[in-house]
Design a protein around this ligand. Structure first.
Ligand SMILES: [Zn+2]
Length: 455
């Protein structure tokens, strides 16, 4: 999701399954079978058998964490990876066509598949290439080729590379012709690197309840992505999903917000809710179905952001964009609405609005050498068709009025983002007025409640 906004529709419902519950069922089943076998044996034999069985159980269950002191065998790494797959988020950190260069800045262990092949000291560069769909890795004039490589911290819990620090471990793979770097990181640790990037932290505790609300939203969204079953990674680390800055981005207050909401997601009708959020609603949020077709949910409905809008503290609560006529024509041309710039704007007006007041249909009448041309732009697409005058960003919102002033076209509006779901600046406004995160979430997602994933 963007810095304070999102255009990402959520498509699937969450059906999160746990591998660990599967394992405990298996253990119970084996124990029950063995006990029934022993029932008719003498007590002494039974005791000895139970002791042996207990010993076997303890020695088989590898609960010890992999530490830098251990000489880790490939088998242990493999187990660790399975464990991570069950509870870790796989975040795409970087992708480059054909080659990726990783400057190591903290000592790491390098694994090829299941085997530890090198200790890499800081200052070394890993040159990773696509070699017919496998990773070809050069380090210190040595070359290794494998379907994937793993980097594990040699000391502590973090890896520093290319000036950034991440928790968990890193995987290098090739997908198509692209070399990809993926961070395997435990869910709650991942969220720590997200919240500080996605929400303004404020002074002291003023934004704290909003940060907690955001942590619940981000956790719900992430679990939905993890449940999609993608092959290589679950989630992007940029505006395509949620901006993630890893350990480098973490701040005390946002970490605390993640910790205090640990394991909480947003639910409707006892099922995980679909999460949308945006920077600033401008006074009223939008029905999801008006922005994302087929996403009409009772809790994703248009709500007023207070009688005095909570988000009026946002710098994008009100805005004005002024275009010269030729600049406006350029915007339409650059976004593919028209195929020539030889037009003048004859008229422009809003022909219909949604109940919230956001523009549904914007009509633009152009005249040129080839005659008159009528264009209708619809809803949220207007934002990418008529981008901002100076920086060419998506138009702030569709909650606007449009008028002519001489040759200029002036669009003045309220809010920033698509308007669906949680209004981030409204959440901050509520936090500053003393409302708690559950009230904030219930306000923007009416009828939902926060609950544990496994409730
Ligand atoms: Zn708002």
């Amino acid at each position: 999701m963007g810095k304070h906004q999102s255009n990402v529709p959520i498509k699937t419902s969450l059906q999160f399954t746990s591998n660990s519950s599967h394992n405990s069922f298996l253990t119970y089943h084996i124990t029950g079978t063995l006990l029934s076998m022993f029932r008719n044996l003498k007590v002494e034999i039974l005791i000895v058998a139970i002791l042996i069985f207990s010993y076997l159980l303890i020695s088989c269950s590898s609960t010890k964490r992999f530490t830098s002191d251990e000489d880790v065998t490939g088998k242990e790494v493999y187990k660790e990876e399975i464990k991570l797959n069950a509870s870790a988020v796989r975040v795409l950190l970087d992708e480059k066509p054909e080659a990726l260069y990783i400057t190591i800045q903290s000592k790491v262990y390098l694994y090829s598949g299941e085997s530890k092949i090198a200790e890499v000291n800081e200052g070394n560069v890993l040159e990773c290439f696509n070699k017919s769909g496998k990773v070809s890795l050069n380090i210190n004039r040595k070359n290794f080729t494998a379907s994937y490589f793993l980097l594990q911290p040699a000391t502590g819990n973090t890896i520093k590379y290319n000036g950034k620090i991440y928790r968990g471990r890193l995987q290098i793979i090739v997908e198509g012709n692209t070399v990809e770097l993926i961070n395997f990181v435990e869910l709650e640790n991942y969220l720590r690197g997200v919240i500080a990037k996605e929400m303004p932290l404020g002074n002291g505790n003023e934004n704290y309840e909003a940060l907690k609300a955001m942590a619940v939203c981000a956790r719900t969204y992430t679990l939905m992505k993890m449940n999609k079953g993608n092959i290589f990674y679950d989630i992007y680390s940029d505006t395509r999903d949620q901006v993630y800055g890893g350990y480098t981005a973490e701040e005390t207050i946002s970490n605390k917000a993640v910790l205090e909401t640990k394991g909480l997601i947003l639910k409707y009708d006892d099922k995980p809710a679909r999460i949308y959020y945006h920077s600033t609603c401008g006074g009223v949020s939008e029905n999801a179905g008006n922005v994302f077709p087929q996403q009409n949910h009772p809790y994703l409905t248009s709500v007023e952001d207070g009688s005095e809008p909570y988000c009026r503290i946002s710098s994008r609560y009100e805005w004005t964009e002024t275009y010269s006529e030729s600049q406006f024509i350029d915007k339409l041309y650059n976004s593919g609405v028209i195929s020539s710039i030889n037009y003048e704007v004859d008229d422009i007006y809003v022909s219909s609005r949604f109940e919230s007041g956001r523009v549904n249909e914007l009509e633009i009448i152009l005249k040129g050498n080839a005659g008159r041309k009528e264009i209708i732009l619809y809803g949220n697409e207007i934002r990418s068709r008529i981008r901002t005058a100076k920086k060419n960003r998506l138009l702030w919102s569709t909650l606007f009025e449009v008028k002519r002033s001489g040759y200029d076209i002036i669009i003045s509006g309220k809010g920033f983002g698509h308007g669906v779901g949680l209004c981030q600046w409204g959440a901050i406004g509520q936090s500053r007025e003393g409302r708690i995160y559950k009230q904030i979430l219930a306000h923007y997602f009416p009828g939902t409640e926060s609950g544990r994933l496994y409730d």
